[in-house]
Ligand binder design. Structure first.
Ligand code: P6P
Length: 311
């Protein structure tokens, strides 16, 4: 859908701009459609108890299908996802991606109709949403020069590439490990004057080649988290959206962007921090809460952590 969107009129805003999601962002047509595709595919598994999406105001309880022979009450999961992260880039053909995380689903939230939930039902569904340390799987799909599928189930990071000739994802990166040090930082540098001093001073050193590694860094930033994270995993580097004066919690969402990507990063031997705490340990209080994130090559992210500690 993404690849052909230029030809099928699927670029541009949903409902001519009238569709605003809970983030207060104008939804693209593809935001809405990819969200539906993902919900339908996940429902079809019969294994899903709850899902939370960037494009859904509140978590959606997936009605049990007792009649379905595949249905198995005990193996319900919670899926959290951003169906098309970086969608504002689609119209220009810049890489975008889907980010997902999977949790076990213990809480039994019987929600008749998730559009008019009671306070308790809402609390129950939000309780279903756990810290990143509870993730049992996470990953992303990157729609770029190739279509990549990168995932972890807690025992390393595996990367697949879609072979369109056979319509299958082929294991192309059997064991992704991020280089411990790097020469690439990946931030929206326009926000640098607003960053916390430890963040600003460290990146200024990297620019001058006077940081801990002595490496002269270069800047790479495509404004699409999945593409920036994929390059960081393969080449090494430090990607992030740190806290700044305007946005104390940065811009990225904890549940379906920060935590799933942090799980991958740690599984690949990297680190992911807010500057002062490990992203995976943050317990969500609100489905769409934002989190400051600096993730990537272990030694370089450690330099940021140390700078915050010393400050
Ligand atoms: P900015 C895309 O909108 C996104 O959520 C991430 O994919 C990306 O890393 C970030 O926002 C880009 O934000 O403010 O630098 O354009």
């Amino acid at each position: 859908m993404v690849k052909r969107s230029q030809l099928t009129g699927l670029t541009g805003l949903a409902e001519g701009g009238g569709s605003i999601n809970i983030q207060g962002e104008e939804q693209k047509q593809l935001d809405v459609m990819t969200n539906e595709v993902l919900k339908r595919a996940l429902r079809f598994t019969g294994k899903l108890g709850v899902l939370a999406s960037e494009e859904e105001d509140v978590p959606v309880d997936v009605p049990s299908r007792k009649t379905d022979v595949m249905f198995d009450e005990t193996s319900k999961y919670v899926a959290v996802f951003d169906p098309l992260d970086g969608s504002s880039n689609v119209d220009a053909g810049i890489p975008t991606g889907t980010i997902f995380g999977i949790f076990e689903h213990e809480e039994e939230c019987v929600v008749e109709n998730s559009s008019d939930m009671t306070e308790d039902e809402m609390k129950c569904l939000v309780n279903t949403l756990k810290p990143g340390t509870d993730l049992i799987a996470s990953g992303y799909c990157l729609y770029s020069s190739s279509c990549f599928f990168v995932m972890t189930i807690g025992n390393g990071v595996y990367g697949f590439t879609l072979d369109e000739n056979i319509g299958e994802f082929v294991l192309s990166h059997p064991n992704i490990k991020i280089p411990p040090t790097s020469k690439i930082y990946s931030f929206n540098e326009a926000n640098m004057p607003q960053w916390d001093p430890p963040m600003r001073s460290t990146v200024e050193k990297w620019r001058l080649g006077t940081g801990a590694s002595g490496n002269q860094f270069s800047s790479r930033y495509i404004g699409s988290m999945v593409g920036d994270v994929h390059r960081t995993l393969l080449y090494g580097g430090v990607f992030g959206y740190p806290s700044d004066k305007k946005n104390k919690n940065g811009k990225l969402r904890l549940l379906y962007e920060g935590a799933p990507m942090s799980y991958l990063m740690e599984q690949a031997g990297g680190l992911s921090t807010t500057g002062t705490e490990r992203v995976l340990e943050i317990v969500p209080e609100e489905v769409h809460q934002r989190v400051p994130i600096v993730m990537g090559s272990r030694d370089d992210v450690q330099e940021i952590i140390d700078a915050y500690k010393n400050a």
